[in-house]
Design a protein around this ligand. Structure first.
Ligand SMILES: *Cc1c(COP(=O)(O)O)cnc(C)c1O
Length: 357
């Protein structure tokens, strides 16, 4: 059996059926249905946040958040991320301006933000890479000084706390992705957590094609609604989520035990809890990475080069490529297989291959 970078979690079949039965009883399939409402409430409780809106996916979550907060012109963001962080800006007519990352945390370097701000800048869009918190205090200071909004791409940061509160409660909004490969998934799905209730209400209208209700006149909107089947998956998985986290933690501890000190890795930010979403390791150089990758894939192990290339190398994003740390890290980093389904035997097998045993 091949071992991929992740194996999406599926809830217990009977538990899921219990939710699906409710859909069959009501034939309510979408448009803010009862299971979406229930999942919204439960996630707010679970995550310890307010003003959470479920949406169709993480990419639309970003686009809707930008629109609800009136972001225009330029946004300062990171090149070390998944392409959706920046393509969502471009889709909304906003120019992404890349600044480099910190070599240890792999997050946007706050000290480089100010020099990238112009009179057109209206937002900072940082990413909590692999669930590791950005320097939220420093970023907020810079935003306040320059009158900018902060929208966190928290696609990796489900369930992470910082300084005793949810990491999602920082900034003007944080977005989550519930795409299949993420820690908590609904096959496709996502959420936006707003600081402000008015922004939430504007976003709710935006995702319903501009309608606030069926009778009033619409305004400009899009369709970014989550449907009831996705919410059924989410509710059922949330019922057993502590198990998912436990299993991932065990795998991470096993990797740590075998690989710590052997490979360079991401430095955990101070005051930030882990959600065991990814297991990145860094190689000496790209040549080293490529030869190890071949050795692993020959044995049916498929880690992923998250994130390669650094997205400032993409032509449609301007190809500036002048972020040396992001460019260097992206060539040397590999995320190892990690999921709630992986066995300790499989983790040990990956470690044996990496250590040449
Ligand atoms: C997965 C991901 C997204 C996009 O989420 P989708 O739900 O796949 O649209 C955005 N940003 C980051 C950092 C991601 O990892």
């Amino acid at each position: 059996m091949p071992l991929y970078v992740t194996k999406p979690s599926l809830p217990n079949r009977e538990r899921l059926n219990h939710y699906i039965d409710r859909i069959y009883e009501t034939h309510h399939l979408t448009s803010n249905g009862p299971l979406v409402k229930e999942l919204e409430e439960r996630l707010q409780d679970y995550l310890g946040v307010e003003n959470l809106l479920l949406v169709a996916n993480g990419t639309l979550a970003l686009q809707v958040a930008f629109r609800a907060l009136g972001i225009t012109g330029e946004a300062v963001t990171t090149p070390f991320t998944y392409v959706a962080t920046a393509s969502s800006l471009v889709c909304e007519g906003i120019k992404p301006v890349f600044v480099d990352i910190e070599r240890d945390t792999l997050n946007l370097d706050p000290e480089l933000i100010t020099s990238a701000i112009t009179e057109k800048t209206s937002a900072i869009v940082p990413v909590h890479v692999f669930g590791n918190s950005c320097d939220v205090g420093r970023i907020q200071e810079i935003a306040d000084t320059n009158n900018l909004k902060v929208i966190y791409d928290a696609a990796h940061a489900f369930g992470v706390n910082y300084d005793g509160t949810s990491l999602l409660s920082f900034g003007d909004a944080s977005i989550l992705s519930f795409q299949a490969t993420k820690v908590f998934n609904t096959a496709e799905g996502g959420a936006i957590v707003f600081k402000d209730k008015d922004a939430l209400e504007r976003a709710r209208r935006l995702i319903q094609i501009g309608y606030s209700d069926a009778l009033s006149e619409p305004s400009l909107g899009t369709n970014a609604k989550m449907n009831e089947f996705e919410a059924a998956l989410g509710n059922a998985l949330l019922d057993e989520f502590s198990c998912v986290v436990d299993r991932r933690r065990q795998a991470v501890e096993c990797y740590d035990e075998r690989l710590q000190g052997v490979f360079e890795t991401q430095k955990q930010s101070y005051g930030c809890t882990k959600n065991y979403s990814y297991y990145p390791i860094l190689f000496k150089d790209e040549k080293n990475l490529l030869s190890t990758l071949k050795l692993l894939t020959d044995k049916g192990v498929y880690p992923r080069r998250y994130f390669y290339p650094s997205i400032d190398e993409f032509e449609f994003l301007g190809r500036t490529s002048d972020n040396p740390v992001s460019n260097d890290v992206s060539r040397r980093i590999l995320c190892l297989p990690l999921s709630a389904e992986i066995s300790m035997q499989e983790v040990n097998m990956v470690c044996d291959l990496l250590l040449g045993i």
